[in-house]
Design a protein around this ligand. Structure first.
Ligand SMILES: *Cc1c(COP(=O)(O)O)cnc(C)c1O
Length: 486
């Protein structure tokens, strides 16, 4: 081959000359009947590899993403996902497994799942964990089905589940799907569960209290022990929505506080990118009372290795066609193994410090309805700015001009013009300072030149959309000038 390409010649330097042109191809007319031959050449784009690369690279930077800039949406949506997770989730030995493959030829995958469930039990303090639910909401449904099965086994299914008004919308939705009625309790002025209000709603019809801790305001429920005792004394169970576990790793184990069920969002706390609705994993942990009701199949270990078992007569049955979102489990497993006990604790400690640092910096400029040490996130209100005619939505849009994604806005529902900021553990002090400076500058602009905020964003390729119209007619207003400048 080498000889064909670089034939030895007499004239070239060091005795080499370029090879002659290879044999010219036969004219196309000799190969294809003339009636099929085009009369005019096809208008194909002629672009160099450089131009193609630059085109796609530039497109890849038009959207905001966590590789490009800060994302104060936090673990709930987009915390940093280590690249090694992705590499390992894609190794052929794991990626190419078929869910119907016999256990004997999928021992590594079963071992990984068995160990992951063990780590999650240890982290959460629950007796056992099922990895099957494919999202937090699916975990809620699974947990509530087990709660129902438990009450049925006690002779009375009961009919109600109590939920605080600060809850995520999936909580009441899951309650309804399970066939229960959701009963709301108000948060007190501190943003926490109002114990008196809870007492007034507890009855022999209460199947469970469903509570998020730390709650969606980023506050740790300080009266949990009293709350859990009240609920248990009423014969009901306590469900913890563990979507905010990023604040508790290695610090608090929900099982130790007395929770009977919790779900964990692997795609949040344990780092899987999940923009655009998937994929996720919402493992459910249970205390001893509920272990028999866990979904099947369950992974067990015996002398011959790992196996899948279906023979649990009290189980709520299958809740997933196979075993859940395996790729997400691999990422969570890598994340946990890589960080270890001390590393996981640092994740939460840094997440909490970063949130409190930002909260203190922004407190003079934005209303902080519930002051109190924040956990991994805090919620501001844009009410002062709203009174001057600038909505939280405008502030969110203006942040784009500074190269920041917007935080979660208008949630939780109990805070008017809510701005929920969750910086996460991986952001540097410099990034947090830049974000705080941008927010403070926006607050000044609201006072002095509100039109700048009202017309934002002005530096992005797509400018402000007509919110109402965009839902029905998603015609994007491209700003070609800006595109050319990029
Ligand atoms: C994200 C979230 C959920 C739902 O989890 P999904 O995985 O999105 O289904 C439930 N509760 C809280 C507090 C959340 O943040």
């Amino acid at each position: 081959m080498a000889k064909l390409l670089f034939d030895l010649g007499k004239n070239g330097r060091k005795g080499y000359t370029l090879p002659p042109m290879q044999v010219a191809p036969k004219p196309v007319e000799t190969l294809i009947p003339s009636k099929y031959i085009r009369k005019t050449p096809a208008r194909l784009p002629e672009v160099s590899e450089n131009d193609v690369m630059r085109h796609y690279f530039s497109l890849s930077t038009l959207n905001h993403h966590v590789d490009k800039g800060f994302y104060p949406l936090g673990s709930c949506t987009m915390k940093y996902n280590p690249k090694i997770n992705e590499t390992l989730a894609r190794i052929p030995e794991l990626k190419n497994l078929h869910p119907l493959q016999p256990a004997a030829t999928s021992q590594a995958a079963l071992k990984l799942m068995y160990e992951l469930a063990g780590y999650l039990s240890e982290i959460s303090g629950m007796a056992d964990v099922s990895l099957q639910p494919a999202a937090g909401a699916h975990g809620e449904l699974t947990g509530l089905k087990m709660i129902r099965a438990y009450h049925v086994s006690q002779g009375n299914p009961r009919s109600e589940v109590i939920i605080p008004d600060s809850a995520h919308g999936t909580n009441p939705a899951s309650v309804t799907l399970t066939g229960y009625k959701s009963v709301q309790i108000q948060s007190n002025e501190k943003g926490l569960v109002d114990v008196e209000n809870l007492k007034s709603k507890l009855s022999d019809q209460t199947a469970a209290l469903m509570i998020t801790n730390p709650n969606t305001l980023g506050l740790f429920e300080t009266q949990l022990q009293e709350i859990i005792k009240l609920v248990h004394d009423a014969g009901a169970l306590v469900y913890m929505d563990g979507a905010n576990l990023n604040a508790l790793l290695g610090i608090v184990r929900p099982g130790d506080i007395g929770f009977d069920v919790l779900h964990i969002n692997l795609h949040k706390t344990f780092s899987t990118p999940h923009g655009g609705g998937g994929p996720g994993a919402g493992p459910v942990g249970v205390g001893k009372k509920l272990v028999n009701f866990l979904p099947v199949p369950r992974i067990e270990k015996d002398n011959s290795g790992y196996c899948l078992r279906d023979d649990f007569p009290d189980s709520i049955g299958k809740i997933s066609s196979y075993y859940g979102n395996f790729g997400v489990m691999v990422r969570a497993y890598v994340y946990i193994r890589m960080l270890g006990e001390a590393g996981l604790r640092r994740v939460s400690e840094n997440a909490i410090i970063n949130a409190n640092y930002l909260m203190k910096k922004l407190e003079p400029f934005f209303m902080l309805p519930h002051s109190g040490p924040a956990m991994h996130e805090f919620v501001l209100s844009g009410k002062w700015q709203r009174d001057r005619g600038v909505k939280t939505l405008d502030i969110a849009k203006r942040l784009l001009d500074y190269g920041f994604h917007a935080p979660t806005v208008y949630f939780p529902l109990i805070v008017k013009e809510a701005i929920m900021i969750e910086p996460t553990e991986t952001e540097s002090k410099e990034t947090l300072d830049r974000f705080a400076e941008a927010m403070i500058e926006i607050a000044h602009d609201v006072e002095n030149r509100p039109e700048v905020v009202l017309n934002a964003p002005t530096t992005t390729v797509v400018s402000r959309l007509d919110e109402v119209k965009a839902v029905k007619e998603p015609n994007i207003k491209y700003n070609f000038d800006r595109l050319d400048r990029m």
